[in-house]
Design a protein around this ligand. Structure first.
Ligand SMILES: Cc1ncc(COP(=O)(O)O)c(C=O)c1O
Length: 473
């Protein structure tokens, strides 16, 4: 543990004045599943370098500079919304993206958010740039919400917090920190995981591999596989963990399992890297949903935590979140923060102010804070009700004896149905129910009224399309 506690301090302290050269840009390096092996010249299909004595210049050889660019594949999650838009059937249902809807299937702006925005308007707040690290009041509020205001890591000022561009941007900043200060380190991600994790680490040129997580036989957690793979990872790896409401499976470790995960991470001097996109939104309680992060930080480990306010405050489009790095000393935290700022500056200069002020105003005002908690409970409660209704409909309609109770054990916005790719395609083609190809449905976008229809679609796809994949129940 001692060496794990030193790692951020020493990495930040030894950061050389000149930045490391990214060797993997030069040669053929396979990162994750993407090959970035082409040279700069090979990657520019439009130009040819000519040498005139001491002067080199690139001249155009094609008439159209963009002709050689191929079509990118649609994003597996956001592409579902595009397919939904193009579908003209009136029964169509979009259960792709994880964004909350009301029972009437309308987007929901929290009342407490509207109140905070009105206050901001009344005060006539300005639109000046924020500092690179973001709004100080937001950074304080977000770290305290996560760890608890009395947590020693807060009291001892050991957390480097920088406002990020929501969860995604905060993860990307952390990935850039890993790439720059932990060269060659590997990130372990769960199999499966939120689709964008792989893109984030690929683009940051950070190596990743997967640890077992989902067991199709039980539609539950493959805990032994998870532990074995974390154990087998090279010492000092970053272990990406979903703080709560694992996406896409909705399956979380139990508190006892979290203890064992912490044991093996400590044994191997790994660095936990939490992605907390659903604090308060999973169980309805901010504290309960932060338990995993607090459990590991209480052991004195250094760790990273990316946070998002997209779901729990419904601030999807405001792009508000944070990256927190818990260090072994206040001094190391100051240096790590300075490096995070250095990484952020050329990427986006400084973050947007609106969402940060909304969060800071709500958390900083006891009355608004309580209103937020009540609304979050209401949203989490609606999702739980719909989950129950879906289970009831499936159980009542399915005469095969199949046990659908795994749906009730899952938590958060999603349910992993266990449907195969072909079965998921049948959901869309025949039933106009748009879901991701891994069989994940966004329960947060479902209404009670649509449960029967969805149950019919699932049962038809499950029983009549293709053979269940090995181990599928
Ligand atoms: C696990 C996980 N991490 C991070 C995010 C990031 O979301 P955002 O960038 O909107 O905060 C999401 C969104 O779905 C997610 O599910």
């Amino acid at each position: 543990m001692a060496s794990a506690m030193l790692s951020f301090a020493s990495a930040a302290a030894s950061a050389s004045a000149s930045l490391p050269v990214h060797e993997n840009l030069k040669g053929k390096t396979k990162i994750g599943s993407v090959n970035f092996g082409s040279s700069v010249q090979e990657r520019n299909p439009f130009g040819k370098t000519k040498h005139f004595g001491r002067v080199s210049m690139t001249v155009a050889v094609n008439v159209s500079r963009f002709e050689g660019i191929t079509m990118a594949p649609p994003d597996p999650i956001l592409g579902v919304s595009e397919a939904f838009k193009a579908d003209t059937d009136e029964k169509k249902l979009n259960l792709g993206v994880g964004a909350y809807r009301t029972e009437e299937l309308q987007p929901y702006v929290l009342k407490v958010v509207k109140k905070a925005e009105n206050l901001m308007l009344e005060r006539g707040e300005n639109k000046e740039y924020l500092p690179i690290e973001g709004l100080a009041a937001f950074n304080k509020a977000t770290a305290e919400l996560l760890f608890g205001a009395e947590n020693p890591v807060i009291k001892q000022q050991r957390v480097a917090t920088v406002q990020g561009l929501s969860g995604t941007g905060s993860l990307r900043l952390a990935a850039a920190l890993i790439e720059r200060y932990f060269p060659g380190a590997k990130v372990l991600i769960s199999s499966p995981t939120w689709g964008n994790h792989k893109n984030i680490f690929n683009d940051a040129r950070v190596q990743w591999s997967e640890y077992r997580y989902y067991d199709p036989k039980t539609v539950g957690l493959d805990f032994d596989g998870m532990i074995a793979d974390i154990k087998a990872a090279p010492e000092g790896s970053f272990i990406l963990l979903h703080g709560c409401a694992h996406n896409p499976t909705g399956i979380d470790p139990t508190p006892e399992q979290w203890e064992k995960i912490a044991d093996v991470i400590q044994e191997k001097n790994h660095i936990p890297f939490f992605d907390v996109a659903y604090q308060g939104f999973a169980s309805g309680s901010l504290d309960a949903d932060a338990a995993s992060v607090r459990l590991l930080s209480a052991r004195g480990m250094e760790l990273l935590v990316a946070q998002s306010y997209s779901k729990n405050l419904g601030l999807y489009a405001e792009r508000i979140g944070a990256i927190n790095v818990v260090c072994s000393s206040a001094d190391a935290a100051t240096r790590v923060k300075s490096q995070l700022k250095r990484l952020a500056r050329p990427m986006y200069s400084n973050p947007p102010v609106h969402g940060a002020k909304i969060v800071a105003n709500i958390v900083g005002d006891p009355a608004l804070f309580n209103e937020w908690k009540a609304e979050m409970e209401m949203m989490a409660g609606r999702i739980k009700n719909v989950r129950q209704k879906l289970y009831d409909s499936l159980s009542a309609k399915d005469k095969s004896g199949k046990d659908w109770s795994f749906i009730l054990k899952q938590i958060g916005m999603f349910s992993f149905t266990g449907l195969s790719k072909t079965q998921s395609e049948n959901m869309t083609k025949k039933w106009h129910v748009h879901i991701t190809k891994d069989g994940r449905i966004s329960v947060a976008r479902l209404s009670s009224a649509k449960c029967e229809y969805l149950a019919d679609a699932i049962l038809d796809s499950y029983h009549n399309v293709g053979l269940p994949e090995i181990g599928q129940q």
